[in-house]
Design a binder for this molecule. Structure first.
Ligand SMILES: Cc1ncc(COP(=O)(O)O)c(C=O)c1O
Length: 463
């Protein structure tokens, strides 16, 4: 190899010969830039964005490190900042520090979770972590799971497995039952599965946002009269708008009686299954056939981090396995690309594993408890004579001044979101049953009681 090629290698890729000093100094500098961005969050607010922000595309020649660092800084300074204590809009908490390291290590390893031969240690790590999670939530010895890039994909993995398990293939009469407050991604899932919206049947919710069991039973009976074949019922463990939990015990009994696959969308609330926090309704999760858990949404595992756990790992194998003719396989070890939709996949498991190892069960519980405490503080201090509140047992609250018409909710929420943004609080504005609401998600560990008091005062809602 010529000297010139060696030098190029040092510049473009990590060197297998040299000391990688160039990379080390770039990593130092990047860490510094990133940490400055965290430390200066107060100066920029949760959602800074300059209308003059420009995205510069690659040119004929490569750019210098100086150019690139200046562009990195501009990118950071125009990004949503989850570390800011006023970031309360969505299920996007600050990143856990060991997860940041996990992402870096995963990028450096550049292993591929498609196959054991491309990621031997990580294949075992993902398999072991899924089994550990499965045991923790009460699944038996045949359980396991697969990671996927986000809750939507985990839910999709589950639904495809459920339909395959029911032997329905692409039967146009197949039906999926979800509550009317289930996440919008189920619409996408049914489309991807070649079904249309009439195959996605919505079950009414009660005043707490939980699936109405009587309506569920009637709907199941109606489906059998109409020859619709239900391949799964989805119970939501933590709805997006108000953190409600569907009645898991009742739903699981119905599923057992009628031999229907129960999938729990625990994208938000599933992680509470690792804690002993007494959450109303969070029991019987081990009665499910599958459950989605999204550690990215509360405890700060960096995105994306989502697991699908199944009570029988064989259901995923039977559904997705095709053989991988270009891969040398080990008889006793499942290639992870054969038990889910995704083929090539980064080792997202590292940041999950490091994050969980760093926290331990005590740390996980502390983070979850703090989210619930912040939500309770908000609920205790908001003026209930003035505001309607929508909140289940989790850390999400949607609210509105009493007595507004649907049209007035539109303008009130728009005005408030903008006013609050100017005061460095970022809330979301979901639409739900024809009205707009303001929503706070209390998953931000940096938000303290005085921030919540200040927020309520800005809203003229402090009691
Ligand atoms: C209850 C629920 N399920 C599924 C999803 C989809 O998750 P993702 O955006 O990670 O695909 C969300 C997103 O907020 C959610 O709240």
């Amino acid at each position: 190899m010529t000297e010139e090629l060696n030098n190029k290698q040092d510049i473009y890729f990590p060197s297998y010969l040299g000391n990688n000093n160039n990379l080390i100094s770039l990593l130092h500098r990047t860490s510094q830039v990133l940490c400055n961005w965290f430390s200066n969050a107060e100066d920029f607010g949760p959602l800074p964005f300059d209308d003059n922000f420009k995205c510069i595309m690659p040119g004929e020649n490569g750019n210098s490190a100086e150019d690139l660092f200046s562009e990195i800084e501009s990118l950071l300074n125009n990004s949503f900042n989850p570390v800011h204590p006023g970031s309360l809009a969505h299920l996007d908490p600050p990143p856990l520090i060991f997860s940041i390291l996990g992402d870096l290590i995963a990028a450096g390893l550049n292993n591929n979770l498609l196959a054991y031969e491309l990621s031997p240690s990580l294949t075992l790590l993902e398999d072991s972590l899924c089994r550990w999670f499965s045991k923790k939530i009460g699944f038996g010895d045949s359980s396991g799971g697969i990671a996927a890039s986000g809750g939507t994909l985990s839910n999709l993995n589950a639904l495809i497995a459920a339909r395959h398990n029911a032997g329905l293939g692409s039967d146009p009469n197949s039906a999926l039952l979800v509550s009317e407050e289930a996440h919008s991604s189920f619409i996408k899932c049914t489309r991807i599965m070649g079904l249309d919206e009439k195959n996605l049947i919505r079950i009414k919710t009660d005043f707490k946002g939980c699936m109405d069991i009587n309506h569920l039973k009637k709907t199941i009976d109606k489906c059998s009269l109409e020859n619709k074949k239900i391949f799964a019922i989805v119970a939501t463990l933590g709805t997006t708008i108000r953190g409600a939990i569907d009645p898991l015990k009742d739903i699981s009994e119905i599923c057992k009686e009628r031999n229907i696959w129960l999938h729990i969308d625990g994208s938000i609330g599933g992680i509470f299954g690792l804690s002993s926090i007494p959450i109303e309704g969070l029991n019987n999760i081990n009665q499910a056939d599958s459950i989605t858990i999204n550690p990215q949404k509360i405890i700060g595992i960096t995105k994306t981090s989502s697991l699908l756990l199944v009570s029988k790992i064989s259901t995923l194998k039977n559904t997705f396995s095709t053989g991988l003719p270009y891969i040398s396989s080990n008889e006793n070890i499942i290639n992870r690309g054969e038990i889910g939709i995704q083929g090539s996949r980064p080792a997202e498991v590292i940041k999950l594993w490091l994050g969980l190892r760093f926290l331990g069960l005590t740390g996980i519980e502390e983070i979850l408890k703090s989210a619930i405490n912040r939500k309770e503080f908000f609920m205790d201090n908001i003026n209930k004579n003035k505001f309607e509140l929508y909140s289940g047992p989790l850390h999400i609250v949607s609210f509105l001044p009493k007595g507004l018409t649907p049209k007035e909710t539109d303008s009130w929420t728009k005005t408030k979101v903008n006013e609050l943004k100017n005061k460095n609080y970022m809330l979301s504005r979901p639409k739900f049953k024809d009205k707009y609401f303001l929503r706070v998600v209390m998953g931000n560990y940096n938000t303290k009681q005085f921030h919540i008091e200040e927020l309520l005062k800005f809203l003229d809602a402090y009691q």
